[in-house]
Design a protein around this ligand. Structure first.
Ligand code: HEC
Length: 171
């Protein structure tokens, strides 16, 4: 089966990018806390016990420059927008039959190999459409007509055709 795109991978990339964006947003907030927190002065200590040297304030160089943070944030935001656009394009490019078949997969299988419902990928597109029209018209077909009929009633003739054309590519 050919795969036009991979939603899972795209979702993972988006999550990673959003994660970095959130991380960066977190970093830029409270840079100053460590600098203002001073260790108690050594003179205040009346005990003879040797105290560890007061902690030095972090060096300026360790803090990323706000401009650099902004730059990375902008880059991440641009990348997120780019990925969103790509996903929208991929969804738009997916044939409508493939999208509509998503509601059938649970019973007929991802390759229309059959499951709860009969195998479809060994039938002609015309046969599939003809059967769907009959279910839609309320004809009694097999013993499980009651399960299938509601699935067909929502389909237009065009929907049936595009689904059938997609299904016959799955064999
Ligand atoms: C809830 C499970 C279920 C779903 C969802 C479902 N079907 Fe079915 N389908 C069946 C069952 C069960 C039958 C056999 C019914 C009978 O006994 O007549 C069937 C029969 C069919 C048949 C006739 C097959 C044959 O050779 O007799 C076609 C074509 C078909 N389905 C297409 C679809 C399409 C297209 C969709 C999605 C829009 C769909 N089905 C969704 C369960 C389902």
């Amino acid at each position: 089966m050919k795969k036009r795109f991979n939603f899972k991978a795209t979702a993972m990339i988006s999550t990673a990018i959003l994660g970095s964006a959130l991380f960066l947003a977190g970093c830029s907030g409270d840079n100053d806390d460590a600098k203002t927190a001073q260790a108690p002065a050594a003179e205040q200590n009346t005990m003879a016990v040797k105290q560890p040297a007061p902690m030095e304030a972090p060096k300026e160089a360790l803090q990323p420059a706000p401009a650099a943070i902004e730059e990375v944030k902008t880059a991440v935001e641009e990348k997120v927008a780019e990925v969103k656009e790509e996903v929208a394009e991929m969804v738009a490019a997916t044939p409508s039959g493939e999208k509509a078949y998503a509601t059938c997969v649970g019973c007929h299988g991802s390759k229309a190999e059959g499951g709860v419902g009969p195998r479809l990928n060994n039938q002609s597109a015309a046969d599939i459409v003809a059967k769907l029209e009959k279910y839609k018209a309320g004809e009694q077909m097999g013993p499980m007509t009651g399960m299938m009929a509601p699935m067909a009633t929502g389909l237009s003739s065009d929907d049936m055709k595009s689904i059938a054309e997609y299904v016959i590519t799955l064999n």
